[in-house]
Design a protein around this ligand. Structure first.
Ligand SMILES: [Zn+2]
Ligand SMILES: [Zn+2]
Length: 349
């Protein structure tokens, strides 16, 4: 049979193979060993011992050079697709290897990793370690260590994002709804997102992606507090123009809704979105936090739903948006631009 094999970031080979050839024969026919390369069909790796069933394949080199010194990585340099990268992890031993290296925190020797993983079959172990080298693991003179992608995989699994799905039914958090004339009980719930809502008027006071690891071991008030901290700190990044998920740039849009004026920041790279009332973006300005402090409101300590009880009215003007904070007869007017940056503050006491 004739098979065309395109080496990713390399040459294309027309191969003449026996009719009962397996994908491992393709790797060898191109001049690599099975430890150095994976065959991709429709962008997914196929087992080396499976019979060749297509006329065209791609070959992804995982490691170049057989002496173990130079990890020239075709995969990373050619821009491994996410599907290829995840497919490399489709084997439990490979995650066990990443975790074993991660736990040592320093470059680790071949035998230390093998002992930690607890496999008796050195050949199989070597094969799986070889598959990880390049994208996830690198070998230096002092041993094996994780590359950033390997660290991210271990962290994602430890945070439970990949393999756990706890759910929590709504439970009271011991706080009252700040909506005017409501006074309902606030409840926290979890289902991938953590939310704090009012059980009476249904207003959503906070809603955010939250790692499952943060749910475990926390009662309702503690979960609500952790959600508040998590959301506020990450939003600060987003509203500062840096995506909290991928560190790319975020762009701002102002939305006028029935519930007030909101600013949304969306990442141009990964689509992560953060949304907050415009007045909340003014809270960290020293004039604003100082004014609130004088009137007994500690912005930094209080959860958002308590700060939201502050009377803050927003109106659009030629200059931007004016948020008017009124407390005990004192008023602070804060002008923000369309990016949520404070332009000016004025006090009338
Ligand atoms: Zn309410
Ligand atoms: Zn992003």
């Amino acid at each position: 049979m004739r098979v065309t094999c395109e080496v990713v970031a390399g040459e294309t080979h027309d191969l003449d193979l026996p009719d009962d050839a397996v994908y491992g024969d393709v790797i060898r026919a191109v001049g690599f060993s099975e430890h150095e390369a994976a065959v991709l069909v429709d962008d997914s790796p196929v087992p080396e011992d499976a019979p060749v069933a297509v006329e065209r394949v791609r070959l992804l080199r995982l490691v170049q050079g057989g002496d173990g010194e130079a990890d020239t990585v075709a995969a990373a340099d050619a821009g491994t697709s996410a599907a290829e990268a995840f497919a490399l992890l489709g084997e439990p031993t490979r995650f066990a290897i990443l975790r074993a290296i991660w736990e040592t925190e320093t470059p680790t020797s071949f035998s230390e990793i093998r002992d930690a993983v607890g496999t008796g079959d050195t050949g199989r172990f070597n094969y799986h370690l070889g598959k990880l080298r390049g994208e996830f693991v690198r070998k230096t003179e002092s041993g094996y260590e994780l590359r950033q992608a390997g660290v991210e995989v271990v962290r994602a699994v430890l945070a439970g994002v990949v393999n756990e799905a706890p759910e929590r039914d709504p439970e009271p958090i011991g706080a009252t709804c700040p909506a005017p004339d409501c006074e309902g009980d606030l409840v926290v719930a979890y289902d991938d997102h953590a939310t704090v809502t009012c059980g009476t008027c249904d207003t959503v006071w906070m809603d955010n992606e939250f790692p499952p690891a943060g749910v475990t071991g926390r009662d309702a008030p503690a979960l609500a507090r952790a959600l508040d901290r998590w959301t506020r700190h990450r939003s600060l990044l987003a509203f500062d123009g840096v995506c909290p998920a991928c560190a790319s740039e975020t762009a701002a849009t102002v939305e006028e809704t029935e519930r007030g004026t909101f600013l949304e920041r969306v990442c141009g790279h990964c689509g992560h979105a953060s949304r907050a009332p415009l007045w909340a973006l003014a809270l960290h300005h020293p004039e604003v936090s100082g004014f609130l402090h004088e009137h007994g409101v500690e912005v930094a300590d209080r959860p958002f739903w308590e700060v939201a009880a502050v009377d803050a009215e927003t109106t659009a003007t030629d200059e931007g948006f004016v948020c008017r904070f009124s407390l005990d007869g004192g008023t602070l007017r804060v002008t923000l631009d369309g990016d949520g940056a404070v332009v000016r503050t004025e006090r009338d006491d």
